[in-house]
Ligand binder design. Structure first.
Ligand code: DC
Length: 236
């Protein structure tokens, strides 16, 4: 664990983590935020919440105008929880698990293509990061949401590793799936996320590439912590 002197180096900083699905972004960002006492800004959870809200109101994800209006109306909050780390609330309801369902996952990718939806989410994310002390994770956090982040990380891992991680997560949730199916789903999501017109998945030039193939989660967190410490200590 870092000591309090070390932690002073991080005060007010913004760390943004990007990368493809299954690269370990969420777990890494969550643990790093915990370690630093920072807020973990899970931007993907916000798109997932919008997709779930649309699903419940029977609004098609493809209807960009209506989904954008909905995105501006819903209240999305992140609240700390002693046992589960952090909860996602949608209009006050705990949807932490519901937004991870296969349906909400497919929907999140679909609603995230609409410029109106993105504009609303980005506005909210910037606001949440106004005072720093944040580890932000998601597709456009290094480019659009926090272009001036103090440290940008792009996590990568080969598709087999990513599919294996997704498979284990799905099985832990009780979903029936195979590694092969997860490879197919990831390939489809990578394609969708890389080819879309607005904020496609890209590595910005000033993001540090961290390949997580073969690394444990603890190893990943340790590596990024060390990178951050070095970057901030030399440039306070
Ligand atoms: O990171 P995730 O799997 O929770 O993201 C869910 C979807 O939301 C994913 O398909 C891409 C989209 N997303 C996005 O477009 N921009 C972000 N900053 C985060 C997620």
């Amino acid at each position: 664990m870092p000591n309090s002197e070390d932690l002073k180096t991080f005060q007010g900083k913004i760390i943004a983590i990007d990368g493809p699905a299954g690269s370990g972004k969420s777990t890494t960002a969550k643990l790093l935020a915990q370690r630093l006492g920072f807020t973990y800004l899970d931007t993907g959870a916000m798109y997932r919440a919008v997709a779930l809200a649309a699903l419940r109101r029977k609004i098609p994800w493809s209807d960009g105008d209506v989904v954008a209006v909905l995105a501006a109306q819903v209240v999305i909050e992140f609240v700390p929880d002693a046992t589960r780390g952090q909860l996602t609330l949608l209009d006050g309801e705990d949807v932490t698990e519901a937004i991870r369902s296969p349906e909400a996952t497919a929907g999140s990718s679909a609603v995230a293509v609409h410029p109106g939806v993105r504009a609303e989410m980005v506005k909210r994310q910037k606001e949440l990061g106004r005072h720093g002390n944040i580890v932000a994770e998601g597709r456009d956090t290094t480019s659009v949401v926090f272009p001036r982040a103090d440290l940008k990380i792009y996590l990568a891992a080969d598709i087999k590793t990513r599919a294996q991680r997704r498979y284990l997560e799905a099985v832990a949730r009780g979903d029936k799936t195979t590694v092969e199916e997860q490879i197919r789903l990831l390939e489809a999501r990578d394609k969708n996320d890389s080819e879309r017109a607005v904020s496609p998945l890209t590595r910005v030039p000033d993001a540090v590439l961290v390949d997580t193939t073969g690394l444990t989660i603890e190893g990943q967190v340790e590596k990024i912590f060390a990178l951050a410490f070095r970057a901030f200590a030399s440039k306070p």
